[in-house]
Write a protein that binds this ligand. Structure first.
Ligand code: GUN
Ligand code: ZN
Length: 430
């Protein structure tokens, strides 16, 4: 055994689905060369380890797999918490002006660095990330992510209409630039590429066809876009694509659905669209903080589960007003409560970890503590605030304690973030 280390504390993770949780009150997580070696009861596992193994104790803490953000825009850091607009006006007023700055590679590098530090501070170890239309925005992002040894997915926005001229590409340039980025970055270290048309209103059918061509030529790349987030947006799509059956069909027609395709939002989907998402093994990114902040609507998680559509959580910064997956879980809970459904602590932690990994088709590498997986994990401090200590010390069961933790915690509760077994340097530079 080489480079062996272990972390002792309460440990929770999911083996297959949200009903299949493994919990150790006094657990040990053993890491070998950056990968999971074993997980289990501390007293039993300690007896089997070489005596000189470095063991870090985490009293009053819960160890979980790193959080997975299945939908976020790194170029929108600057416009987080911007006042008073809903989606289409919000894009015009705040988003498009901010994204124009990313033609400057130095600016892009500065924001990418800030963004990744924010993710790590919040316990997020993997994300599916939008760049801007500028290929240099993706170069900057991957350069920073590679330096931090992170498992990240990113793509250049494809957008050839209905946006300011400075942010437009063409079907041809978007194809060529995306292809060059795939060749340069996809599967380099822990990085992967996602073909990224922004959403149907900003891509011509010719551009969507080029997106489909990229997926056909590179079958293991990912795909990300937005769908059915806002009522006005849905009406606009129906007008722009009268020949298509529904919003999803715009993407389906160009062969953009599949097990590595993630559609953000999906608030206003019809039954047949849910059915089609399930049939094609496509995923939804549920972005509750964003859906509330820009007033888009209430996502029906019950329906996603009913149809068996894989669902991950997304912060959607900067439609969302927080980088924290913990705060995102809190908002997800409230959105389901408003629809008469109670989202359990286990289901929400599952979505933030193994469920997110499945939505990204990365569950063979990350998402739980199965032997051989990459050791990205977080240590959550039950006593991070006076209120958390006061409440959590009263909880008798892990169900109760986990639920109250998820409702009350934010970045203050992220004691450490580990990447491939090593503590992330910037994670606690708060
Ligand atoms: N739809 C198209 N572009 C965007 C975006 O940048 N953010 C959100 N939330 N929705 C979008
Ligand atoms: Zn988004």
């Amino acid at each position: 055994m080489k480079d062996l280390m272990a972390h002792r504390g309460e440990i929770i993770h999911f083996l297959t689905n949200d009903k299949d949780c493994e919990y150790f009150e006094d657990g040990l997580l053993v890491i070998e060369n950056g990968h999971i070696h074993s997980v289990g009861n501390a007293e039993i596992l300690l007896k089997r380890l070489p005596e000189d193994t470095k063991i870090t104790e985490h009293p009053n803490c819960l160890i979980t797999p790193g959080f997975i953000d299945t939908h976020v825009h790194y170029p929108q850091c600057e416009i987080i918490a911007s006042y008073g607009k809903q989606l289409l006006e919000w894009l015009e007023t705040y988003t498009f002006p901010a994204e124009q700055k990313f033609d400057d590679p130095e600016y892009a590098a500065k924001i990418a660095s800030f963004f990744l530090d924010q993710l790590l501070t919040n316990g997020t170890t993997t994300a599916l990330v939008f760049g801007t239309v500028h290929p240099q925005s993706v170069d900057a992002f991957f350069t920073e992510a590679q330096q931090r040894n992170l498992r990240m997915i990113c793509g250049k926005v494809m957008m050839d209409r209905n946006a300011p001229a400075a942010l437009l590409d063409t079907p041809e340039t978007s194809y060529n630039e995306s292809k060059a980025l795939i060749e340069k970055w996809h599967n380099k270290d822990r990085l992967r590429y996602a073909v990224t048309p922004r959403f149907a209103p900003t891509s011509s059918p010719e551009q969507l066809e080029q997106a489909g061509r990229l997926l056909q030529e590179y079958p293991d790349v990912h795909f990300q876009t937005h769908i059915s987030e806002n009522k006005q947006e849905c009406e606009w799509v129906a007008k722009l694509f009268p020949e298509r059956k529904n919003y999803l069909d715009v993407y389906d027609h160009h062969h953009l659905l599949g097990k590595r395709s993630v559609f953000a939002h999906g608030i206003h989907l019809e039954e047949c669209e849910w059915q089609r998402l399930a049939e094609t093994d496509s995923s939804i990114a549920f972005c509750p903080a964003s859906n509330l902040f820009i007033g888009s609507g209430l996502f029906n998680l019950h329906k996603a589960n009913h149809y068996g559509v894989k669902t991950g959580l997304g912060t959607d910064v900067a439609g969302g007003d927080s980088f924290s997956i913990l705060k995102t879980i809190n908002e997800a809970y409230k959105i389901q409560q408003l629809q008469g459904n109670s989202l359990s602590a286990f289901e929400s932690l599952y979505m933030a970890t193994l469920g997110g990994a499945k939505a990204l088709d990365l569950h063979d590498k990350i998402g739980n503590f199965e032997k051989g997986k990459e050791a990205d994990f977080v240590v959550l401090d039950y006593h991070a605030t006076d209120l958390m200590k006061f409440k959590l010390d009263q909880c008798d069961s892990i169900e109760e304690r986990l639920f109250s933790l998820l409702m009350l915690a934010d970045d203050r509760a992220i004691k450490n973030t580990f990447i491939m077994g090593r503590e992330a340097k910037n994670a606690k530079s708060k």
